[in-house]
Design a protein around this ligand. Structure first.
Ligand code: NAD
Length: 473
């Protein structure tokens, strides 16, 4: 069934004459049309956000928190409808889509409680000096296709909590659930505070370079992040960039193979590997390499690849054709080089749906493309190491620095290794856990700034220092 969706501009749901088709990656059928906005619609949305800003910034923070709680409730109350739509456009299995929807509602509720307190710099007989945080103004939010709802909510919530207003652009591949959400939250905030507009990739640079937008918060690839930094430099917009990763896991020799095999599998293959913080390189100590790699491959064979809407599916399709082609190219390169596959590798190019079989490689070299590049698909290279120092060095030999993990029977040892990894997040004996209250951001070319927690909230504000001389003029 296909349906037309509208954009949220200035408190109204609006359509455009031109539309974009949205495709279900499991069936390759068109399931919806969304507005194809250009400069005129963007100007309207930015003007609405600009008009709403002076009032919203002065709206008591308790009212802004209440608006966010209303958004959280709208997501939770409609979770069933939203997660099914999310699976249809994104491809992830129903249980994972439900996790994303409820996670977004939980994130909103948790972040609604954050406070940016004033700090006192000096308070004595001479003067009172205090630092307060003031909202930067109109925010442009740009979102990718792997976690469309979570990413939209994680941009809207801190923006409006801080007193900013926002114009958000979903990915053209996955705009439907976000636009359904727009309908549901339309009345939770005054007109113009939240605007959601859709368009092709060309709409992104128009946002980045719009003279009346004060800050860009972007999640997506490192290549696009660099373009955004360049575009935003023209008028020195504030930017937060959450970019790509080539996240390494290190499995120490004391890890319990029977416990970690399944967890390692899902650290890599959740959302068909299309997670910025998914394990994309797994280094296993040589003492347990054979046993653990076999256990992971055996487990992989029990996982069903299929339409996310079908019961029992563990790994869905790749979200779009472009990414599907890229993952196929990496697999083909590995075949051409003669690397050994523990499982998978045979893509059916004539089948319907962007399906890639679960593919696990057996100890390819460090310079293999499938190791050195972010795969962003259901493909995982397992590599053997001899010493911990060597594993740390190999894990850190990347331009990326998003996340990593250490698996061990000795948590203290795990922390010792974790502290030597050059990434913004490191897990010991778990994976993919991201707290809405802790800063999340990449080191090196995985990002700029951070989202989540107080650090993330501060990025939507400027510090302002007010100094009062005690002796009146
Ligand atoms: P992408 O960079 O192609 O697109 C992301 C968004 O940017 C889309 O909305 C797109 O329309 C828009 N866009 C494209 N070109 C633009 C331009 N020149 N200027 C402004 N906007 C533009 O990324 P993607 O393929 O949608 O997502 C996959 C990538 O995102 C992966 O590299 C992944 O690691 C990364 N990612 C990072 C995080 C994180 O938190 N660090 C989270 C999820 C995904």
């Amino acid at each position: 069934m296909t349906r037309s969706y509208a954009n949220l501009i200035d408190g109204e749901m609006v359509t455009t004459a031109n539309t974009l088709d949205v495709v279900n990656p499991a069936t390759e059928e068109v399931i919806g049309q969304v507005p194809a906005c250009g400069k005129a619609e963007l100007d309207r949305a930015v003007a609405a956000a600009r008009r709403a800003f002076p009032v919203w910034r002065k709206t008591p923070v308790e009212n802004r928190r209440a608006a966010i709680m209303a958004i959280s409730a709208a997501i939770k109350d409609n979770a069933d409808e939203l997660f099914r739509l999310l699976t249809a456009e994104q491809g992830k299995p129903h249980h994972q889509a439900k996790g994303e929807i409820l996670g977004a509602a939980g994130l909103a509720a948790a972040q609604a409680g954050l406070s940016l307190e004033e700090t006192i710099n000096q308070d004595d007989a001479t003067r009172l000096s205090r630092t307060r945080r003031v909202p930067v103004g109109v925010v442009g939010g740009i979102v990718p296709w792997n976690f469309p709802v979570m990413m939209a909510v994680q941009k809207i919530v801190p923006a409006i909590l801080s007193g900013c207003t926002i114009v958000l652009k979903p990915s053209p591949f996955t705009p439907l659930t976000t636009l359904r959400l727009a309908e549901l939250i339309k009345d939770a905030v005054p007109a113009g505070v939240v605007n959601i507009i859709t368009g092709a990739d060309e709409l992104g640079p128009l946002i980045t370079e719009h003279p009346d937008i004060d800050k860009i918060t972007f999640t997506g690839s490192t290549a696009t992040g660099k373009k955004i930094m360049e575009g935003a430099s023209k008028d020195l917009k504030r930017i937060t960039l959450e970019l790509g990763g080539n996240d390494a896991s290190i499995v120490l020799p004391d890890a319990d193979v029977s416990k970690v095999a399944e967890q390692l599998f899902w650290s890599s293959f959740t959302n068909a590997g299309q997670i910025c913080v998914a394990a994309k390189r797994i280094y296993i100590h040589e003492d347990i390499y054979d046993e653990l790699s076999q256990a992971i491959a055996d487990y992989a064979k029990t996982v069903k690849v299929g339409d996310g809407a079908e019961q029992g599916t563990g790994v869905g399709p790749i979200q779009n054709k472009k990414q599907f082609d890229r993952v196929c190219e990496l697999i083909q390169d590995a075949k051409d080089k003669g690397y050994k596959f523990l499982t998978g590798g045979d893509v059916d190019p004539s089948g319907t749906g962007y399906y890639v079989p679960i593919t696990i490689l057996d100890n390819p070299p460090e310079d293999a493309r499938i190791v050195a590049e972010e795969q962003f698909g259901p493909v995982m290279p397992l590599m053997k190491f001899s010493t911990v120092e060597e594993a740390i060095e190999r894990a850190n030999a990347s331009e990326y620095g998003l996340a990593g993990a250490v698996w061990t029977g000795d948590p203290d040892k795990g922390v010792e290794v974790a502290e030597q990894l050059e990434t913004g997040t490191v897990w010991v004996n778990e994976f993919l856990h991201i707290s809405p209250l802790a800063p999340f951001g990449g080191h090196k070319q995985s990002g700029f700034g951070a989202e989540y927690g107080i650090e993330g909230l501060k990025e939507f504000t400027y510090p302002q220092v007010i100094t009062v001389k005690r002796e009146p003029a």
